[in-house]
Design a protein. Structure first.
Length: 380
């Protein structure tokens, strides 16, 4: 991590991510409230956000990290601390050897994985099993863990109480940007009714991520009461695994207009690409929002990337004034599933990552060079 500090954002070269510490703390204070009211513990989902230069700000509010692969486990253990939860859809023997000394909890995706690795890690961590509750709140099939033929978790019909001889916890992950507290509580009630024989004997239960409790107007008190009631009923420690909820509305991807072309519609080409720098915009077909745009602006533009992929564009929007070459645009809410998915498609310049601190100083967390691109493809 770099420690260089700048005070004037307008001098920074695009593209770059700007994370705002003050906005991050707003979300973290809501985490603090949820923990206090519910008794649940919160662990940061590194699959969504792993920019470790911000961890000193986040650590006082959360209880640790949860991971989906061995490198995330190591990062959480080394740079975050607290509890380190390890989950993987599939562990190799080498993976288990890597995470075993680092993880407080190791969660398996299947009964066969549990059986394969049980004897090797039972003395190293508290073991858990992912369960497929066969229902979820997920807006798109691609992100639905309860979709038909899902490989994620064990269905209730394949369980029996003997599994409790090996595990102390279960993990349910069945939400994706779920803003509806009632929908979550309905699934929680279903879990209580369907898995009560197991819950009575478990020590801990993770309810996964995707619960968007930092969304404006979300009834945190209602969620907290449901969690507290559930926890007390089964004398069980609950965990949530927030990712997007922690970093929503905290960061912009800042780009510059480098050309304007016209083919019926005007396209402002910017020095970034969804394919390389904001991949979920492309995958989930969720257009980016531009800070400088105006809802009823008279000048419409496609905001297009500088990659060679024909359909690679950030959004279509409108502005109050014509765009100018060299003008900066802020693509808001660009923290979740962006920095963890950066890639070198087209050999494009990788965005730098900056952190705007509470005192308005700007800290450089990461920058990337041609050598980083070259090393990613071979180091001989």
């Amino acid at each position: 991590m770099h420690t260089e500090k700048k005070t004037i954002e307008q001098d920074l070269n695009t593209p770059y991510f700007m994370i705002d510490e003050s906005k991050l703390i707003v979300n973290l204070e809501q985490c603090k409230q949820l923990k206090r009211l519910s008794g649940a513990k919160l662990v940061l989902a590194l699959k969504c956000f792993s920019t470790w230069g911000t961890f000193e700000t986040i650590k006082p509010y959360l209880d640790g990290t949860t991971s989906s692969g061995p490198y995330e486990v190591k990062l959480g253990h080394e740079n975050f601390g607290g509890e380190t939860h390890a989950y993987s859809v599939g562990y190799s023997k080498a993976d288990i050897e890597a995470v075993k000394p680092l993880a407080d909890k190791i969660i398996f995706n299947s009964l066969s994985q549990l059986d394969t690795h049980y004897s090797n890690c039972v003395d190293s961590a508290s073991l858990g099993l992912r369960i497929n509750p066969e229902r979820s709140v997920a807006g798109q099939d691609l992100a639905d863990p309860a979709r038909p033929y899902s490989r994620l978790g064990v269905k209730q019909e394949n369980l029996d109480l003997s599994v409790l001889d090996k595990v102390e916890g279960f993990m349910f992950h069945m939400n994706c940007e779920n803003k509806d507290a009632d929908a979550f509580i309905a699934i929680l009630d279903y879990i209580s009714a369907t898995f009560s024989d197991y819950l009575d004997k478990l020590k801990w239960l993770s309810l996964g991520g995707g619960i968007f409790f930092t969304y404006p107007g979300y009834p945190i008190e209602k969620l907290a009461l449901a969690l507290k009631t559930f926890s007390e009923k089964y004398a069980i420690q609950l965990y949530l695994e927030p990712g997007e909820a922690i970093i929503t509305r905290t960061a912009d991807l800042v780009v510059s207009v480098i050309d304007i072309v016209e083919n019926v519609k005007k396209t402002a080409i910017v020095d970034s690409a969804t394919e390389a720098h904001r991949l979920d915009t492309l995958i989930y077909k969720e257009p980016a929002c531009v800070l400088e745009a105006a809802e009823n602006g008279q000048f419409p533009y496609v905001i297009g990337s500088c990659s060679c992929l024909a359909g690679d564009q950030f959004c279509e929007t409108q502005f109050e004034q014509p765009l100018q070459i060299g003008q900066k645009l802020h693509l808001i809410d660009s923290a979740g599933y962006t920095m963890v998915k950066l890639n070198w498609f087209n050999g494009l310049k990788m965005p730098s990552i900056y952190f705007k601190r509470l005192d308005n100083t700007i800290e450089l967390l990461a920058e990337f060079s041609y050598q980083d691109y070259k090393n990613s493809l071979g180091n001989h």
